[in-house]
Design a protein around this ligand. Structure first.
Ligand SMILES: Nc1ncnc2c1ncn2[C@@H]1O[C@H](COP(=O)(O)OP(=O)(O)OP(=O)(O)O)[C@@H](O)[C@H]1O
Ligand SMILES: [Mg+2]
Length: 573
């Protein structure tokens, strides 16, 4: 991304806040102007009070000084408050926008990008970007006006001396430019490493039970330590640069001021200038030097911000899953059938995981998918809610190609129980009624009962109000599975996809859940994926999938009679 493009995008972020920014900037200019006035006041202070011994001035000047601080303080408040507020508004808005966008990204994106990386972009990159915007606006403008005002004083007091001190300005820009470039590179590396830190943390902490079981605390520690060490190295180089920039700028300034003292002091001694003029000049010069020094640190923040902006904007520009692709139609709930027509699919454009598959499922039919692991069952199930787009062929619901359906109208009619149960750190009730607060307690209880979950939920410390921990960690595997079945039940969708929904249940509860599922499947078009063949005996039709193809097809009895792959699978159990 080119700098110009980044700037354009950043301006778009700032644009809605121009009103508040305007107030901040006007206040900023006032603060800068008043700072210059303070420098100017040194002249009457010295000349009138100390040299002319004017008593009236002695009373007036301190008063004026207090007044000056009061007014300056007021403007400072306006500018600081408005500026910070705008900055944090931008952070808040960007974060919302990013999560909103990331959620719309298609499933393949999440196979490539780690959770830690995304978290780091949404939490810390946003702050870096905002810091750059704020400090550039505040810094550059405020310091610019302050420098301008003070320059006015300097030239007014003694233009020859002023010209002389300007020689050092160009020299000061060298470290700014040179260090800036290196900062940007370091910042990119730093943030990328920070994302890795998040990823490893996420895995080591989230997977702590496996880590414990395999006694891999040391291994995870080393993995983490290696990245943190690398981050430390990058930070050290950053600190080196930062610490070096300051004394270099200060030295340059010091040389300038030393020369001025020498030359200006000589003029005072010769009587060509008053001590007031000289000290006012010197005060202004020292005050100029502060904001100039700051320009270099602002530049660092700016470079970090640019690096962060590239990541933020790149993420925001990753093509989202089109909720309504052009020409998308709202498809009606299934009435007749789902048809898979010559469907092929591959995750990586090389190996086809589903190969030219043809299949028609009548509405209300219960279709079981069985077969060896890796045969493509889950993949096939993922194609129906369009988590992945088919590579070739079509999937049609009542003749409507789902590729051209609006996602809400497609996914709204599909209930899903996944192979890995996915639950949220929330109450049992909210997990079952997921995102639909207007579901009544009766409905939630009925769903829990049908999923044979009511009994254990009632025994939880706070019943339906028990918070179940991250990913439901406070529940047993079977309990988790029953909650996710209850969630699918409550959605009451006409198409149902059950991927190993009973795999984590013991025979006893499996029998119970099986009854519930049998009820649930009544009148719904159902895809049941199961390894345990006992659970699918009653399916209307069984499909044996192997290597992305349909190997066998029929009912439990007819497949057994064929004495093929199904029989082999059956006999193994
Ligand atoms: N996200 C992915 N990216 C790349 N390849 C994948 C991905 N998910 C699955 N695969 C591959 O696709 C093939 C089919 O996987 P799939 O999960 O559909 O099998 P399955 O029949 O559901 O197996 P199981 O019975 O073990 O659940 C496997 O070879 C697997 O390695
Ligand atoms: Mg699977």
């Amino acid at each position: 991304m080119r700098d110009k493009e980044i700037l354009k995008k950043t301006i778009l972020l700032v644009k809605p806040h121009l009103g508040r920014l305007g107030i901040a900037m006007v206040s900023m200019v006032a603060v800068a102007g008043l700072s210059a006035a303070q420098a100017y006041m040194v002249k009457p202070l010295l000349d009138e009070i100390f040299f002319k011994k004017d008593h009236l001035m002695l009373n007036l000047l301190p008063l004026a000084l207090v007044l000056l601080f009061l007014v300056k303080g007021f403007f400072y408040y306006c500018y600081a408050y408005m500026m910070e507020r705008v900055g944090h508004t931008i952070i808040m808005e960007l974060r919302k926008k990013m999560l909103h966008h990331v959620q719309l990204l298609p499933a393949p994106f999440f196979n490539k990008t780690t959770t830690g990386e995304l978290m780091s972009r949404i939490t810390s990159d946003v702050i870096l970007l905002q810091a750059a915007v704020s400090s550039t606006l505040v810094g550059v403008l405020k310091d610019f006006f302050q420098i301008l005002g003070l320059l006015g004083v300097v030239f007014y007091q003694d233009w020859k001396l002023a010209l002389m001190s300007m020689i050092f300005l160009p020299m000061a820009t060298f470290p700014i430019v040179h260090f800036g470039r290196r900062y940007r590179r370091l910042s990119t590396k730093g943030q990328e490493t920070m994302a890795e830190v998040s990823t490893v943390l996420h895995e080591a902490l989230g997977g702590n039970r496996i880590v414990k079981a395999f006694c891999k605390e040391e291994y995870e520690y080393n993995r983490f330590a290696a990245i943190v060490d690398r981050l430390f190295g990058i930070t050290v180089r950053d600190i080196q640069l930062r610490s070096l920039a300051h004394p270099i700028m200060e030295l340059l300034g010091g040389i300038g001021i030393a020369l001025i003292i020498w030359y200006g002091g000589m003029q005072v001694l010769n009587g060509t200038a008053t001590p007031g003029t000289f000290f006012s000049f010197l005060t202004a010069l020292i005050m100029i030097y502060e904001p100039i020094k700051k320009v270099s640190s602002i530049n660092n923040t700016l470079q970090q911000g640019i690096a962060a902006a590239v990541r933020v904007f790149t993420l925001l520009e990753t093509r989202p899953e089109p909720y309504d692709p052009p020409g998308a139609v709202t498809i009606p709930p299934i009435a007749k059938e789902i048809e898979l027509r010559h469907v092929s699919f591959s995750y990586d454009d090389n190996t086809e995981v589903i190969k030219d598959l043809n299949l028609t499922v009548r509405a209300g039919e219960v279709l079981a998918l069985v077969g060896p692991s890796g045969g493509g069952k889950t993949t096939l199930a993922n194609l129906i809610p369009r988590f992945y787009e088919v590579s070739r062929g079509q999937i049609l619901i009542d003749g409507h190609d789902i590729a051209r359906a609006t996602l809400p109208s497609l996914r709204g009619q599909i209930g899903l129980v996944t192979q890995q149960t996915i639950l949220f750190n929330d109450t049992v009730r909210n997990n079952i009624s997921y995102g639909e607060p207007d579901r009544t307690d009766e409905e939630v209880i009925a769903a829990a009962r049908a999923a044979h979950a009511l009994e254990f939920i009632r025994e939880l410390p706070q019943g339906f109000d028990t918070v179940i921990g991250e990913s439901g960690s406070r529940l047993s595997g079977g309990q988790r599975q029953r909650i996710s079945i209850a969630r699918a039940l409550l959605k009451n969708a006409p198409i149902l996809i059950l991927d190993e929904a009973t795999s984590a249940l013991d025979t006893e509860s499996e029998r119970e859940v099986q009854k519930a599922l049998d009820n649930l499947m009544q009148g719904r078009t159902t895809f049941v994926i199961a390894h345990r063949l006992s659970t699918i005996k009653n399916a209307d039709r069984i499909i044996v999938m192997q290597d992305g193809r349909i190997a066998e097809e029929g009912t439990h009895q007819s497949l057994l009679a064929r004495n093929g792959l199904y029989t082999t699978l059956h006999d193994m159990q």
